[in-house]
Design a protein around this ligand. Structure first.
Ligand code: GLU
Length: 426
């Protein structure tokens, strides 16, 4: 009998994902073999990445690529650069990609990669060397038909360009479809960079509608001002929402009358962190999560809302821009206390959706306008929200009428179950 790998289950995030998988399996009749298979990733690659630093010393970094499941299509998921990266975390994120891609009806499986590094502490040359060596190490396992990386926390289009170049050097010809989220000039999709944030905002609109509210009258707090949070800010601001608070790793800023997001971007060109922006009050990341707002968007890292602060949350809607920002127990508590928590696999699916669009454009060598991408993104987000909402109304009991997480996971599982059955895997 297969023993549960300690390295995975001793990681609380991985355990959380397994818990939500198991509770989704209870919402609707799902073949238990599906759950048994999905509790473990298919393959985990661990590599050492020696880098010659600018001072000529050698530093060795640790990297991972976890390929969770490819029943529905090639493995797909981002690469994270962060000091806290571990095998368990990457495996949890890889599993979430399987469920996200299944829920969104994409023909893709789930994977994730990560390097344990603080990208801000490396020079550009060092970062490029690290990325190229990582790409070489995982090279035999990735490819447009095998596994397609994308950006995540700490990586960006430039990182993808280096991976694309290294991979193409090794194969001897240019294969743009090996990564998504790359610059538009080398086969990237228009609208990919803003896609996750814009997708979050489409979901905010849908969630507000269920409470008969409009985004133009809503107050929003955003935790995290990286690629996801900043685009949530821009897009929601453009739709007339009042962004009362935003934060980054150093802390947050608050103005009950709304923050001028365009001005904030100008400010951030000269300043690295949001604190100090005129006409705002400094707050901590903890305080931001406890503000009285219509919508709270945690767009930073996992486990921001947990056992100890869940009862202090005052927002009526939480839209998970990050992966796993609300732990399953906190999510269940909040759902039961009338907070609508829109889970990551639905809320931040816009990035994965436009990555899929990018991959399709690369394979067909035919590129779409930004307007086409935004329209297709809106269609997929609105449609997926509708499916999760209707499923919840149909299958959840009165006490779980807000439990969109287990509904979203159950829908993802039903699709995987059908595919596994057809392929003779269960
Ligand atoms: N890293 C993003 C996510 O967690 C995007 C993944 C992708 O585009 O493949 O959804």
């Amino acid at each position: 009998m297969y023993q549960e790998p300690d390295e995975l289950l001793s990681n609380s995030f991985y355990k959380d994902v397994v818990n939500s998988l198991e509770s989704a399996g209870k919402v609707i009749d799902i073949n238990p073999n599906v759950i048994s298979r999905l509790k473990y990733p298919r393959r985990a690659i661990r590599v050492s990445i020696p880098v010659k630093m600018d001072d000529h010393s050698i530093q060795v970094f640790r990297g991972y690529r976890v390929q969770h499941n490819h029943t529905l299509g090639p493995f797909k998921g981002g690469i994270r650069y962060h000091p806290a990266v571990s095998l368990g975390e990457v495996a949890a994120l890889a599993s979430l990609m399987t469920f996200k891609n299944s829920l969104l009806n994409l023909p893709l499986g789930g994977a994730k990669g990560g390097v344990q590094v603080n990208p801000n502490s490396l020079s550009k040359m060092e970062l490029e060397a690290l990325t190229r060596r990582f790409a070489t190490e995982i090279g035999p396992f990735i490819g447009p038909d095998k596994d397609i990386p994308a950006p995540d926390v700490g990586t960006n289009p430039e990182t993808m360009a280096w991976i694309l170049d290294t991979f193409s050097l090794e194969t001897g010809y240019s294969q743009t479809g090996v990564v998504t989220g790359k610059p538009v000039e080398i086969g990237g999709s228009r609208g990919r960079q803003s896609a996750t944030g814009l997708g979050v905002v489409y979901i905010v609109q849908q969630a507000l509608e269920t409470q008969a509210k409009n985004i133009s009258q809503a107050t929003i707090a955003i935790q995290g001002f990286g690629n996801v949070g900043s685009h949530v800010g821009i897009e929601a601001h453009a739709m007339g929402a009042k962004i009362v608070a935003v934060s980054d790793v150093q802390g947050g800023i608050f103005n009950p009358n709304g923050i001028n997001i365009s001005e904030l971007f100008r400010y951030l060109k000269q300043n690295r962190f949001v604190q100090g922006f005129p006409q705002t009050e400094n707050i901590t990341n903890e305080q931001l999560l406890e503000l009285e707002v219509d919508v709270l968007c945690p767009c930073a890292l996992e486990s921001a809302i947990h056992e100890k602060n869940k009862q202090n949350v005052k927002a009526k809607i939480i839209v998970e821009g990050a992966n796993g920002p609300v732990t399953p127990t906190a999510s269940e508590y909040l759902s039961k206390n009338n907070v609508l928590v829109v889970p990551d696999v639905l809320a931040n699916g816009g990035g994965a959706a436009v990555s899929y669009f990018e991959w399709v454009q690369d394979i067909s060598w035919l590129f779409w306008t930004e307007q086409e991408v935004r329209q297709k993104l809106s269609d997929i987000m609105v449609n997926t929200f509708g499916r999760v909402w209707n499923f919840t109304r149909k299958y959840q009991s009165e006490k779980d009428k807000n439990n969109l997480r287990s509904s979203a996971m159950a829908i993802a599982l039903l699709r995987l179950e059908k595919a596994m059955k057809l392929r003779g895997q269960i």
